[in-house]
Design a protein around this ligand. Structure first.
Ligand code: NAD
Ligand code: ZN
Length: 354
């Protein structure tokens, strides 16, 4: 593979990924051309591959996958003054319109016209070269790797969720689900001063990883709802957690989140599952449990980068497998099957570590 080629990982149709050579894109006046280095594979990439759709977003034409990415600036548009060729940057993947009320009020993640990489019909960044708006690229200090830069994407989900949940000094936090998103919430909650962080999952290996990454305790979330609430209370020394960060989307887990949260506490819903579920909603009413939505992130990349750059979180253990871009199909297979207890894959252009 030479630099003059733009090999791209293209989802052609359900279960059909092909490597395709595409033209190297040209940067507009406020854009930069990036030589891509590290691209993480997210559950959503795998879901588009296996199902061809997430909710209303349906893949109707071939689409480049990948949105957790970092690369090196090789060319800047005429009006770009914040970046130069050679800068190593993390790519924030959602470009909002910048003009609507939501954008202007700072909640640009909710912009109805946001263009998010690898969300149909927008192409992603799992390719040799990628053009991106310069103000959505974040320069990495020398001691932060491009791989860590790619991981700022899921970490930003953690930063946004913990903010929405009000995590602060002394918070006692239950995180349901120990996938990559549960784990970034663990790291962020700790860094934001949480006193106790406990994770649930139904997969014991994921809970072992959660322990290794700093969870105070873990719980296998099987069994009936009442018994799970008692087990959660016991782990929090007889009190319910102040905050529950739901990172599974599973109906039983969303129910547990509301049941286990202390009166007056807050549940944030990060996990995306069935569009409609049965909830113990009267519990939420009579115990004033706030339930808040979480969608991606806004204004979180700078703080996610600061957490990594200052050594306040270590996100490197999230990556368990590395593949060269040419082996991207293997990366997707590994992500799907969880072979070797995979957590997160990184497909890299320049480093061929398999
Ligand atoms: P993942 O599938 O790797 O992790 C989910 C974990 O939940 C798994 O380890 C699974 O074993 C566990 N689980 C399943 N049922 C459970 C139950 N009943 N109780 C406890 N644990 C259970 O996914 P991920 O990449 O970590 O993402 C987590 C969720 O967050 C997904 O639903 C994803 O779509 C969603 N997500 C939402 C946003 C957002 O902006 N709201 C952003 C990214 C991801
Ligand atoms: Zn907007």
């Amino acid at each position: 593979m030479t630099d003059s080629k733009n090999i791209s990982v293209v989802l052609q149709s359900v279960n059909n990924i092909k490597l395709e050579e595409r033209p190297i894109p040209r940067p507009g006046p406020r854009q930069v051309l990036l030589r891509m280095d590290s691209v993480g594979i997210c559950g959503s990439d795998v879901h588009y591959w296996t199902h061809g759709a997430i909710g209303d977003f349906v893949v109707r034409q071939p689409m480049v996958l990948g949105h957790e990415s970092a690369g090196v600036v090789t060319e800047v548009g005429a009006e770009v003054d914040n970046l130069r060729p050679g800068d190593r940057v993390a790519v924030e993947p959602g470009i909002p319109c910048r003009f609507c009320d939501l954008c202007k009020s700072g909640r640009y993640n909710l912009c109805p016209d946001v263009k998010f990489l690898a969300t149909p019909p927008v192409d992603g960044s799992l390719s040799g070269w990628h053009v991106h708006d310069a103000d959505f690229c974040f320069r990495l200090p020398d001691h932060v790797s491009l791989e860590e830069g790619a991981l700022l994407e899921p970490l930003s989900v953690g930063v946004h969720a913990c903010r929405r949940a009000g995590v602060t000094l002394g918070s006692r936090v239950l995180i349901c689900g120990a996938g990559p998103i549960g784990l970034v919430n663990l790291l962020t909650a700790r860094a934001m001063g949480a006193d106790t962080v406990i994770l649930t999952d139904i997969n014991p290996h994921r809970l072992t990883v959660a322990k290794e990454m700093g969870a105070d305790a873990t719980l296998i979330a099987t069994g009936n709802a009442e018994s799970l609430v008692s087990q959660v209370c016991a782990l929090f020394n007889g009190r319910r957690p102040d905050i529950v960060i739901e990172c599974t989307g599973a109906e039983a887990s969303v129910g547990l989140s509301v049941r286990a949260c202390r009166s007056g506490g807050c549940v944030v819903l990060v996990g995306l599952g069935k569009p409609e579920i049965v909830l113990p909603i009267v519990q939420a009413s009579v115990r004033e449990v706030d339930i808040r939505g979480v969608f991606r992130y806004a204004n979180c990349y700078p703080d996610a980068l600061s957490l990594v750059a200052q050594g306040r979180v270590n996100i490197k253990p999230l990556i368990t497998h590395r593949f060269p871009l040419s082996k991207s199909v293997d990366a997707f297979e590994t992500a799907k099957t969880g072979a070797g207890n995979a957590i997160k894959m990184s497909a890299e252009k320049n480093i061929a570590v398999v």
